[in-house]
Design a protein around this ligand. Structure first.
Ligand SMILES: [Zn+2]
Length: 220
């Protein structure tokens, strides 16, 4: 499913089936995407705001999901423990890059991006392929009771907030996507924890010294 290529970028075999698609999840060794002229990013604010790149590049303001269907342009999100998601509609040749930390996940940012793709590109959720990239794993993501309460509906273990609890952010995003009608066989999850794996920047591990990884998708 996910594998690391010779440029230290993680790619998804199922997405490589689309020869018109550019995609990759960067590591700490591979931020060369950043020098790409035709790249759109956002000032990420842990919101549920979805922005249409619509042929623009550069930083397009505040938000946490970027949509695009213009050939030659890439959209990207930056993460260091938060979950990056790349969405591909092969029928309408449209894509989205999504940044989902716990706040964005609580606000269902991934589902909002799917809904916006439906509106803008006539995307059918059942046609989407979604790659949930490397982020902090349940192994390392210990959370307090206020955060646990946000996700009690997804995981009964989170209801008992008297004990330390661990959140599986990638899994909650997977559930939210399935709830919107994305086919579960087309949701691909990286089995990688950014805090455990030294290939990645990790905000929890490296604190203010943490860099950011770039995750990129676009139509060639
Ligand atoms: Zn871990």
């Amino acid at each position: 499913m996910f594998y690391k290529d010779s440029q230290n970028i993680y790619r998804v075999r199922q997405l490589e089936a689309f020869d018109w698609l550019v995609h990759g999840f960067g590591t700490r060794w591979s931020n060369s995407f950043g020098s790409c002229r035709n790249l759109a990013t956002l000032h990420q604010i842990h919101s549920h705001t979805v922005v249409s790149a619509a042929g623009r590049s550069g930083c397009l303001g505040d938000g946490d999901a970027l949509l695009e269907n213009t050939p030659g342009l890439l959209v990207a999100v930056k993460t260091a423990d938060c979950i990056p998601l790349l969405m591909v509609d092969p029928v309408h040749r449209a894509v989205a890059a999504v940044h989902a930390g716990w706040r964005g996940t609580a606000k269902r940012i991934a589902a909002r991006a799917v809904a916006q793709m439906e509106k803008e590109f006539a995307t059918r959720p059942g046609d989407l392929h979604v790659a949930i990239g490397p982020g902090i794993g349940k192994c390392c993501y210990r959370i307090g009771p206020e955060v646990a309460a946000e996700f009690a509906a997804y995981d009964p273990a989170l209801r008992d907030s008297t004990q330390p609890v661990f959140l599986d952010l990638g899994e909650i995003n997977r559930q939210q996507l399935a709830d919107t009608g994305v086919d579960e066989t087309r949701i691909y999850r990286a089995a990688i924890c950014t805090m455990c794996d030294q290939d990645f920047h990790s905000y929890r591990r490296d604190k203010q010294h943490a860099g950011r990884m770039l995750s990129v998708v676009g139509i060639a």
